[in-house]
Design a protein around this ligand. Structure first.
Ligand code: IPM
Ligand code: MG
Length: 362
């Protein structure tokens, strides 16, 4: 296969970890006889500095031309003034909207070798293997009106929570499809006791469920779900929810795995690439960690695992994706640890050594 991948490092440790993801993809290419071509794009704070805007039109055009996008992270204290006209987060939200990336897949898996890295008891997290499927282009993030009004002492602000049937249906349908290929359980999360959008969400989820009789479906209210996630996380398989709930629950769920440095994500949508697969954006769920940028100590595994998701969803290369995931598991089993997951007194592996190790364990 010959594929073109946009390489967008972003800010902070973004470029450090993306370099390792690219390294692993190239190694997979050599091993399986694929040609992956990488094209670099600017996004986030670095794009503000160099071009004046967080999401330059050239970057957007680049992502549209490529088969998939591998992204590091965007943001940092330098650009964090909430009143600034250009903010790095705008780039992320802009790409999601422009590429119609409506589905955010966040797998949370606890590796046996890292069972003690979580702040929760090993017996609670030992069987965790779930996916948070978050709606990504609707809800409070994008609903209109969204504005500030009035002057002191009568200032007001409004955000709008809106969902259409089509938006809910496509997300929930994907949730059932994911569950079908896993443990066949879908948990739909809403706040149907209060919100009208949630009542519509629940109604549609039950309708879609009829097409998936092999999948067990349950509804949970979001507050209860946040509790069950730390009480009995092993019971969940696929959790499907709207944008804001998914944002919050996925950070909570990430702590089951001990470190944000381990968790990948895929954002896919309606646009197809040259292979007839979803054009997707793949990124670690962690941020830019500006304090350790360039020091060579960031954990690249979340990005490497994101490149596995890229192989799976955007390129349809399942065996290759599974090989990368297995290699990560082997490297962890062999005892290699970056600083964020090392135990007391353990030896620390650098960012680039970790990338090399995954390549040699492929
Ligand atoms: C995430 C992040 C973003 C979000 C921010 C940076 C806008 O928290 O990807 O989860 O809220 O979606
Ligand atoms: Mg978030």
């Amino acid at each position: 296969m010959q594929a073109t991948i946009a390489r967008v490092g972003g800010d902070g440790i973004g470029p450090d970890v993306v370099a390792e993801g690219v390294k692993v993809l190239k190694a997979v290419g050599r091993l399986f006889g694929h040609q992956f071509e990488f094209r670099e794009g600017l996004l986030g704070g670095i794009a503000i500095d160099q071009t004046g805007v967080a999401l330059p039109p050239e970057t957007l055009a680049l992502t549209r031309r490529c088969d998939a996008v591998l992204l590091g992270a965007v943001g940092g204290p330098k650009w964090s003034d909430p009143r600034a006209k250009q903010r790095p987060e705008m780039a992320l939200l802009g790409v999601r909207r422009e590429l119609a990336l409506y589905a955010n897949i966040r797998p949370v898996k606890v590796y046996a070798a890292l069972i003690n890295a979580s702040t929760l008891k090993p017996e609670v997290v030992k069987d965790v293997d779930l996916i948070i499927l978050r709606e990504l282009t609707g809800g409070l993030y994008f609903g209109e009106p969204k504005e500030r009004r009035g002057e002191p002492p009568n200032r007001e602000a409004v955000d709008t929570l809106y969902y259409s049937e089509a938006e809910i249906t496509r997300l929930v349908r994907l949730g059932f499809e994911l569950a079908q290929n896993r443990r066949k359980k879908l948990t739909s999360v809403d706040k149907a006791n209060v919100l009208e959008t949630s009542r519509l969400w629940r109604e549609i989820t039950h309708e879609v469920a009829r097409d998936f009789p092999d999948v067990t479906m349950e509804d949970i209210l979001v507050d209860a779900c946040s509790m069950h996630l730390i009480r009995r996380p092993g019971d969940f398989d696929v959790i499907a929810t709207e944008n804001m709930f998914g944002d919050i629950l996925s950070d909570e769920a990430s702590m089951l795995a001990g470190s944000m440095g381990m968790l990948p994500s895929a954002s896919i949508g309606a646009n197809l690439n040259r292979f007839g697969r979803p054009l997707g954006l793949y990124e670690p769920i962690h941020g830019t960690a500006p304090d350790i940028a360039g020091l060579g100590i960031a954990n690249p595994l979340a990005t490497i695992l994101s490149s596995a998701l890229l192989l799976r969803y955007s390129l349809g290369l399942e065996p290759e994706a599974a090989r990368v995931e297995a290699a990560v598991e082997k490297v962890l089993q062999a005892g290699y640890r970056t600083k964020d997951i090392v135990g007391p007194g353990g030896a620390i592996t650098s960012t680039s050594d970790m990338g090399d190790l995954v390549c040699t364990h492929l």
